[in-house]
Design a protein around this ligand. Structure first.
Ligand code: NAI
Length: 348
């Protein structure tokens, strides 16, 4: 069922196959230096094995960075299943993945990612205990989005302190791209803080909801990055900060939940050159993994534990911004450096 692949950048990588259920996929453990490798399971109709392998390698490395930046005793890992979740997902296939994960004896913990639901995690949990993101059970962590939104909001306050000398967001204009799970909760917090919202989503009903609830200004999805705002908050898709969009930004700060906001590492420099403060995505959106970590680590007093971790995350962000300012480099460079210092010598 598991075939180990020799890939020097990662501690362990496996091809996963189960003929009976039709399961095909990969599990990658990038680093277990700080604890068991943790990261979600993604199911996607990949073009082929190479594309799936590339994705699992990138995503697992990204989880090492995210978990380390959040100060968690967890390493980075990820799993992918090759297939269309709408047509190919069956209980037998998920259970087979559960058996594969179980064979790693806790060196890898899975949770939800694209194409997966809490019900799917429950199916996997029939075969292994190394699964989080469950909706029921003693330590079930449920929907991570409110905690992710809280972390993004805290990060914005740290950025505001750096830029404007106050964490108070009253009267600040914030352009929120994407009004899904995280975007909506972020709008709630920003509205409560007295910020002015302008919003965009592909779904007109979500836009209408925020206009009605929070008096938000609706902006076209194509134009939200260029809205006349103090802060741009990407909470939808990756790659939104790129060679075309960056010259059009009007905000002084970018801080949002979306993963992989920078299309290329050079885009961090482009933002710096325009004097736009960029809060590294994997640091700002760490609230979600903090929430899941409470389940993996079976924390009894989860609310206070999560609150403590969020406070530490905010302090960490403030530290990154200070160092970036002192060295006149992008916060993305400082964040990467801090993580890599902690991950050495195993990680690349
Ligand atoms: P979601 O799927 O609930 O919401 C995404 C929203 O973005 C949807 O309303 C969708 O219509 C909208 N959207 C898609 N493309 C768009 C575009 N081009 N312009 C404007 N709106 C667009 O996703 P969720 O859970 O809110 O996550 C948002 C982002 O944050 C994703 O990149 C996700 O990977 C990341 N993230 C989420 C975490 C969580 O706790 N849910 C944790 C860490 C990262």
């Amino acid at each position: 069922m598991l075939t180990r692949l020799a890939i020097s950048t990662h501690e362990e990588v496996y091809r996963v196959e189960d003929r009976e259920s039709g399961l095909r996929g990969f599990i990658a453990l990038h680093s277990t230096r700080l604890g068991p490798a943790a990261g979600g399971l993604r199911m996607r109709a990949y073009e082929g094995d190479d594309a799936a392998l590339e994705d699992v390698l990138n995503l697992s490395r990204g989880m090492s960075y995210k978990n380390t930046a959040a100060g968690l005793p967890l390493g980075g890992g990820k799993a992918v299943i090759i297939g269309d979740p709408a047509h190919d997902k069956t209980p037998a296939l998920l259970q087979a993945m559960g058996r594969a994960i179980n064979m790693l004896q806790g060196r890898y913990w899975t949770a939800e990612d694209m194409g997966m639901s809490p019900e799917d995690m429950a199916e996997i949990a029939r075969e292994t205990r190394f699964v989080a993101g469950l909706s029921k059970g003693a330590h079930a962590s449920g929907d991570p989005s409110p905690v992710t939104a809280r972390g993004v909001f805290d990060a914005m306050q740290a950025g505001a302190m750096q830029l404007w000398g106050t964490a108070d967001l009253t009267g600040r204009a914030v352009a929120v791209q994407g009004l899904g799970h995280v975007g909506w909760h972020l709008c709630v917090l920003l509205h409560q803080a007295g910020a002015q919202l302008c919003v965009a989503d592909m779904d007109p009903a979500r836009v209408a909801g925020t206009v009605k609830e929070f008096g938000a200004l609706a902006v076209g999805a194509q134009d939200i990055h260029a809205a006349d705002a103090d802060i741009f908050a990407p909470c939808a898709i990756g790659g939104v900060l790129n060679i075309r969009s960056i010259p059009e930004l009007r905000a002084r700060m970018v801080c949002g939940a979306a993963n992989n906001q920078l299309a290329t590492p050079e885009d961090a420099e482009r933002l710096c050159a325009r004097d736009i403060l960029y809060l590294p995505d994997y640091v700002a959106n760490g609230g979600g993994i903090i929430n899941v970590a409470a389940e993996i680590l079976q924390i009894a007093e989860r609310d206070s534990w999560v609150a403590d971790r969020l406070a530490t995350m905010q302090a960490n962000i403030a530290h990154i911004l200070l160092r970036a300012g002192a060295e006149d480099v992008s916060p993305a460079v400082i964040a990467d450096r801090m993580v890599e210092d902690r991950l050495l010598p195993q990680a690349v």
